[in-house]
Design a protein around this ligand. Structure first.
Ligand code: ADP
Ligand code: MG
Length: 484
């Protein structure tokens, strides 16, 4: 993977724009009171509105609009005080109304941007064209019966935000960073759970290729990607396909394509010529949506701290590196956990423990901070034992491993195993004497000028003390004792 592709005729560049469908967190649907809960019995959450029964009237769910406004603010967009719901007309078995209610010419949010962090540590700003609100369709089930397809309308009418980017991304990695960042932002804002496996976030990727400096080429759109990894693969495949076509003298037909994960290729679904004419028109059942600036201001005032602001604060106030801050901020549960550990403690030490030790163990165990056997408070207590010299950092790692396994408190383990650090100089001197007596040869070499052996002695003394001797005291005492 890379930023450019070498073709037979030279170097090509990717041009990528993404349309992300994000399911709005709301107990009920966009225009009905039916539940949005995932995984329920098919067709158990369908109101007459969602089933497209004649004569039913949609009633807007204000929570969904509030969520869209929050998201718009979170991506630095302009909130439009008036927006319009349109009918997007098409036929599909999972769309009983015969149209989807969406926003076309006047969406609730226009403009905005998302900053992504690139691998080399630099930032890039990706423009957002618009965010509009629309209904989701139902789901056709083709795999339940060899001779029939079924329709589940539980998803029909669920509120979605469609977030359309500018064609600003230049590699599959940038596209991946954009989707991850958007996912982080909506999760912080509490407006979408970002669960791609459950379909709460789905991506349509628009891809074209060009030689550096040339105008944009014709694009193809790959529909319904529900994993970041698949999206990257689909974009790579699609760009190579287009380059092959162009280099063999062909032209790109603007198409909608589907990605076949098993075959690792995209194939045509429909071309522009057969593209739907959706006959958009304002939905006569819904008045234009008017919201007040004061309401928007209230929502803005109540916004939680977002990932960029949190990252900047971790770096500026806590002195964390960009890398550490980025790792901690990526999932808001992780950031929250870290903040509880760091409260009233050394921020960098806390970051090290959370990132290296806790995340390391969680990874191995396939767990997240939410089901961590070591709570933020318990980890904080362990760090306190290091800071007040009760135990060394080395011993603390063993204590942590045991905390993780047994759920016991740090203090209890230290007590039970007698792991308290030895700071008593008499006791340490006794260990040093013992080591010097048994290492007479090395001692002679050291005294003969082989300074490098100092570290060896430190190691031996630490080992002989079972790791419990205070390393600073060991260093100081050894210096004088080895001189003889
Ligand atoms: P339409 O009006 O046909 O939906 P838009 O201009 O809204 O087209 O663009 C849809 C998506 O396609 C946007 O995400 C946009 O960034 C992207 N896009 C537009 N032109 C190109 C291009 N030449 N190559 C790649 N992506 C593009
Ligand atoms: Mg568009």
């Amino acid at each position: 993977m890379g930023n450019t592709i070498e073709g037979a005729t030279g170097t090509w560049e990717y041009v990528i724009g993404l349309e992300v469908h994000a399911q709005i967190i709301s107990n009920s649907k966009l225009f009905s009171g039916a539940s949005t809960e995932f995984g329920s019995e098919p067709n158990s959450q369908v109101s007459p509105v969602d089933a497209g029964m004649p004569g039913m009237l949609p009633v807007i769910n204000l929570t969904c609009i509030e969520q869209a406004v929050k998201t718009g603010l979170a991506i630095n967009g302009t909130i439009n005080l008036m927006s319009v719901f349109d009918r997007k007309n098409y036929f599909y078995p999972d769309l009983p109304q015969g149209y989807q209610i969406s926003q076309f010419k006047q969406p609730v949010v226009t403009g905005g941007h998302i900053d992504i962090e690139l691998e080399d540590g630099t930032k890039k700003r990706i423009g957002v064209e618009r965010l509009h609100v629309e209904q989701d369709a139902g789901k056709s089930l083709h795999d339940q019966d060899p001779n029939a397809s079924y329709v589940d309308l539980n998803r029909s009418g669920v509120g979605l935000m469609e977030i359309v980017s500018d064609p600003d991304m230049r590699s599959p990695e940038e596209a991946a960073a954009y989707v991850r960042k958007l996912r982080t932002i909506v999760r912080y804002a509490g407006t979408c759970d970002g669960n791609m496996q459950e379909g709460s976030m789905r991506v349509d990727a628009n891809v074209s290729v060009r030689k550096a400096g040339e105008e944009f080429g014709t694009r193809c759109e790959i529909k319904n990607l529900n994993s970041v990894r698949f999206m990257q693969r689909a974009i790579e495949f699609e760009a190579s396909r287009q380059i092959d076509v162009l280099e063999s003298g062909g032209t790109i037909d603007q198409q909608t394509r589907l990605f076949d994960v098993a075959k690792n290729e995209t194939r045509s679904m429909r071309s522009k010529e057969e593209a739907h004419d959706y006959r958009y028109f304002p939905d006569p059942d819904l008045l234009p949506l008017r919201i007040e600036q004061a309401w928007v201001d209230d929502i803005a005032a109540g916004m939680p701290e977002l990932p960029d602001a949190k990252m900047a604060r971790f770096m500026e106030e806590f002195g964390l590196s960009a890398y550490d801050a980025d790792v901690l901020v990526a999932e808001h549960e992780n950031a929250h956990f870290y903040e509880r550990v760091a409260e009233g403690r050394d921020k960098k030490l806390a970051a090290n423990w959370v990132i290296s030790e806790l995340f390391g163990q969680l990874n191995k165990a396939g767990k997240t901070v939410e089901d961590s056997p070591v709570s933020a408070e318990a980890l904080g207590e362990l760090i306190d034992l290091i800071t007040d010299d009760t135990i060394s950092g080395r011993i603390a790692k063993d204590v942590f491993a045991e905390m993780f396994e047994t759920g016991k408190a740090a203090g209890v383990i230290v007590e039970e195993k007698g792991l308290k650090q030895v700071t008593d100089t008499g006791a340490i001197e006794a260990v040093i004497d013992e080591v010097m007596a048994r290492e007479a040869e090395k001692l002679a070499e050291y005294r003969g000028g082989k300074d490098k052996l100092f570290g060896y002695f430190v190691g031996q003394v630490m080992k002989a003390s079972g790791g419990k001797a205070n390393p600073k005291a060991v260093n100081e005492l050894l210096k004088t004792k080895l001189q003889g």
